[in-house]
Design a protein around this ligand. Structure first.
Ligand code: F3S
Length: 413
């Protein structure tokens, strides 16, 4: 891989040991993907910021980089952690995780990260511009950045994101190259997409077929909300390893079908109609009984608008006494929702608005038995896809209206 003189000096340790290690990681990564060079970047969203992922070894690695003089040279935002910093004990998060998490978050902050600890960095001030090369982790945010923003990123892991933040570089391969950003197959949407959950169901259906390939959608309404696009992004990256999608007439690199495919033809054509939507939604409903105990709204993290919708559903009502309702969000969203009275409405009704973590990145295999949770009920296709395998809870899956009725009535119907 070609390195500039400055990059060669970085690799030789002339800019310190932390930068030398970072360059070693990037060169190894780039060579393994046949990258010809590194591209300059100024924007990293760091995966690996939860101790559920990093554990003790990963935390020590990040601390060690800091001790070696590591300083971030790019804008850096961080993904959710394993801990809600103010309510961890009440919601069942182990104390050992809070201690370890403080060390990891401090290490990132000490090198210059904005520890926003959310999977929606684009809603808390890190919104990349069209065509910008970035190095983002967190699969749902990667799909959103590539597809909706038109920025260019591969799916970075913790070490490669860290290395990019220390050097301001990322290897130029994959989705950094225009030739790799065209669609591979076509999905004709021939059913209504009414809410976030329908978009999530479409993403789940498509991801199962996609593998790593980029889908192109036709038939998507021309005015989807940000929340609907983030639900689609998250689900595509869960049942599949998708990094990007095109929606013709909606996303910036797909003004036409021809441009979405780069002048080529789709390798296959699928239909997402009423039957496919119903089958996909049924497949994410893996709990046969009507038992409800743990409810999750906010995967990806809830926007202020989603928090408002939960608050509206709870006006004058109470969450059922046998149900724990979590709404997971970023600290910045929480602050705005608090100012508007939504947090008070939700908490007065018995719900919990959780900051900086989610069931996937907190230690749910400990939390669920401690709290007696046996199922997970959610409007998120991503969470419904992961819950059975990742933390052993079968799921109820449906739109927010259905989920909030379950929160209030204590049964799934
Ligand atoms: Fe975000 Fe956790 Fe879902 S990181 S996308 S809320 S699994």
């Amino acid at each position: 891989m070609y390195l500039t003189d400055e990059e060669t000096r970085m690799l030789n340790g002339e800019k310190g040991e932390a930068v030398r290690i970072a360059m070693e990681i990037l060169v190894a990564l780039g060579e393994s993907f046949d990258a010809e060079r590194l591209v300059p970047i100024n924007n990293v969203h760091m995966a690996g910021s939860s101790v559920l992922v990093a554990e003790e070894a990963g935390t020590r690695f990040v601390e060690d980089i800091r001790k070696k003089g590591g300083k971030f040279v790019t804008k850096v935002t961080t993904n959710p952690t394993a801990v809600d910093p103010t309510q961890w004990e009440a919601i069942g998060i182990p104390e050992s995780d809070t201690i370890l998490q403080t060390r990891l978050t401090d290490a990132y902050a000490g090198m210059g990260a904005n520890t926003c600890n959310t999977c929606i960095p684009y809603l808390v001030g890190n919104s990349p511009r069209f065509g910008e090369h970035i190095a983002w982790g967190e699969s749902s945010a990667v799909v959103y950045a590539n597809s909706v923003c038109g920025a260019r990123t591969n799916r970075e892991g913790g070490p490669s994101g860290l290395a990019s933040a220390l050097t301001g570089r990322t290897p130029e391969y994959g989705f950094h190259l225009k030739k790799n950003r065209y669609g591979k197959f076509l999905v004709k949407v021939e059913t209504s997409l009414r809410d976030m959950t329908d978009y999530g169901t479409l993403g789940y259906f498509t991801g199962l077929i996609a593998g790593q390939d980029t889908p192109v959608f036709t038939g998507v309404p021309s005015d989807p909300t940000l929340e609907q696009l983030k639900a689609l992004s998250a689900a595509l990256a869960s049942s599949g390893s998708v990094s990007m999608f095109h929606a013709v007439g909606v996303t910036p690199e797909a003004p036409s079908l021809e441009e979405a495919f780069g002048g080529g033809s789709p390798e296959k054509v699928l239909i997402f109609g009423d039957a496919e939507k119903a089958q996909a939604e049924a497949a994410l409903n893996r709990e046969p009984s009507d038992h409800v105990d743990w409810i999750l709204v906010g995967c990806p993290n809830a926007s202020v608008e989603e928090i408002r919708e939960v608050a509206d559903a709870l006006q004058g009502k109470k969450v059922h006494q046998d149900v724990a309702l979590w709404v997971t969000t970023a600290g910045a969203m929480y602050a705005m929702a608090e100012r508007n009275g939504y947090i008070k409405t939700i908490t007065d009704a018995g719900g919990v608005v959780v900051r900086e973590t989610c069931p996937f990145l907190a230690r749910s295999r400990v939390i669920a038995p401690k709290k007696g949770y046996k199922t997970l009920t959610t409007n998120s296709a991503k969470m419904a896809f992961y819950a059975p395998g990742q933390f052993g809870l079968p799921t109820h899956y449906g739109n927010l209206d259905r989920v909030m009725k379950a929160a209030i009535n204590g049964v799934w119907s």
